[in-house]
Design a protein around this ligand. Structure first.
Ligand SMILES: Cc1cc2nc3c(=O)[nH]c(=O)nc-3n(C[C@H](O)[C@H](O)[C@H](O)COP(=O)(O)OP(=O)(O)OC[C@H]3O[C@@H](n4cnc5c(N)ncnc54)[C@H](O)[C@@H]3O)c2cc1C
Length: 401
């Protein structure tokens, strides 16, 4: 079978690509090795960026996706330093203000998107098929294999198969530099000082990684720990032990009546370190496969959705000519959206790796109402964000504005 466009992976990146193509009436094949609804190891926290991406795809009835039984609105993020200094970043002032962040089990959220995407007549779904190999044919198509079996030939492949992308490893020979590892567990009955705030606890022995406790609907919590890249050799089973040990010591009071739902599960997080070739002849790389996770917060869903939409828009504009020069506008657009944000996050990631400085900074910032307001503004506004990488801002913070 020869197809025009194939999307490999139906996570947030692949689904937004599919929905955007369908919106423009472009037929495509969507492939995933799992059957939905499926779980994805994740912190389940969504920023305003994810909401914005949903609103951009007009066929999507945003309210239907963001319905109460799926999302749990959160109003702020609490950053706690290794010395216990806390800085609250408010992104929604009241119930009446627009939704700007929420938590939602990925199993449910991805499923709602998946149902919308696969209901479109433009989408042909191939479920339960793992793409394990790619070959360039003499005719200039990509042939996709599952084991020995050739599944289809395609003129354009959108690579959205996540952190363990087969295409980036086997075709592009990419060795990721910034992959961190994290474990996540669900609990019932965890106590919260504020059930509308997600919490990031930076700890000395994790720096610049953190321990997170996120409230969810039905009195559940998503709890986990993510390592900084320099710790990644301490990966899985030890990380799981480390997670249990922290949970039982530092946070014992809050977990006194907590009931775990299953075992903690680990998964890699490809943090963004630098830009590389995300588009070439007949391919574009999206989401986690493109290492688009924010290096400071670990947020990747919103960026994955953004990349899906931009890649699909580029494919539509390319009008069937998928040679590299016609696909590089995807990379240009992605960089325009994310470059300044990643620069700030890399800076904060480096700052968080120095627990003493990071603690001092959070202490100073938390004591100044001006700084609290300014940092919130800076994180929500792209232009103002540039100040966040200006050392003068931090010098002023240290001397008390
Ligand atoms: C522990 C942890 C906590 C995290 N917490 C957060 C958070 O709170 N907020 C946030 O914004 N981000 C978080 N992230 C990052 C976020 O999960 C990812 O950035 C996001 O899922 C990326 O979306 P994606 O569509 O690129 O990939 P994925 O969501 O991984 O989707 C990839 C899809 O491809 C399919 N697939 C994989 N391989 C193949 C194959 N060979 N053939 C066919 N199909 C394939 C998979 O089944 C899957 O459906 C976290 C990550 C981890 C590991």
């Amino acid at each position: 079978m020869l197809t025009e466009i194939a999307i490999v992976g139906s996570g947030p990146a692949g689904l937004l690509a599919s929905l955007t193509l369908s919106e423009a009436g472009v037929p495509h094949v969507l492939i995933d090795h799992q059957r939905f609804p499926r779980d994805k190891v994740c912190g389940d926290a969504f920023s305003g960026k994810a909401v914005e991406q949903l609103r951009k795809v007009s066929r999507l009835r945003t309210a239907e996706i963001l319905r109460e039984d799926v999302v749990y609105p959160v109003f702020s993020m609490l950053l706690v330093s290794p010395r216990g200094d806390a800085f609250r970043l408010v992104f929604r002032e009241s119930e009446q203000a627009a939704l700007n962040g929420f938590t939602a089990p990925r199993k449910d959220y991805d499923h709602v998107l998946f149902e919308l995407a696969t209901a479109a007549p433009e989408t042909t779904l191939i479920e339960g098929t793992r793409i394990t190999g790619y070959e360039r044919t003499p005719g200039g198509h990509w042939r996709l294999f599952s084991g020995e079996e050739a599944i289809l030939d395609t003129r354009l492949v959108m690579v959205a198969d996540g952190a363990r992308s087969v295409f980036t490893r086997t075709v592009l020979k990419r060795r990721t530099a910034g992959t961190s590892i994290a474990v996540r567990a669900y609990y019932g009955g965890v106590t919260f000082p504020d059930r509308r705030s997600i919490e990031l606890h930076f700890l000395d022995d994790l720096a610049p990684g953190y321990f997170w406790i996120f409230p969810m609907s039905h009195h559940r919590a998503n709890v986990g720990v993510g390592l900084g890249t320099r710790h990644r050799k301490t990966a899985s089973p030890p990380l799981r032990d480390f997670f249990m040990q922290k949970q039982q010591s530092l946070f014992a009071g809050r977990f006194r009546n907590a009931v775990p739902e299953g075992k903690p599960q680990g998964w890699p997080i490809p943090l963004h370190t630098r830009w590389w070739e995300l588009a070439g002849d007949g391919y574009m790389v999206l989401g986690d496969a493109a290492e688009l996770v924010d290096p400071f917060t670990g947020e990747g869903i919103g960026n994955a959705m953004l990349s899906g939409r931009l890649a699909a828009e580029t494919a539509i504009a390319a009008k069937g000519n998928y040679a590299q020069p016609h696909l590089t506008p995807y990379v240009t657009a992605l960089r325009r959206h994310l470059e300044s944000e990643f620069a700030v996050s890399r800076f904060l990631h480096r700052l968080a790796a120095r627990p003493w400085w990071f603690s001092q900074m959070l202490r100073r910032l938390s004591r100044s109402p001006y700084a609290r307001r300014r940092v919130s503004e800076m994180l929500l506004n792209v232009e103002a964000r540039k100040d966040l990488i200006n050392p003068i801002f931090y010098l002023r913070a240290l001397v008390g504005f």
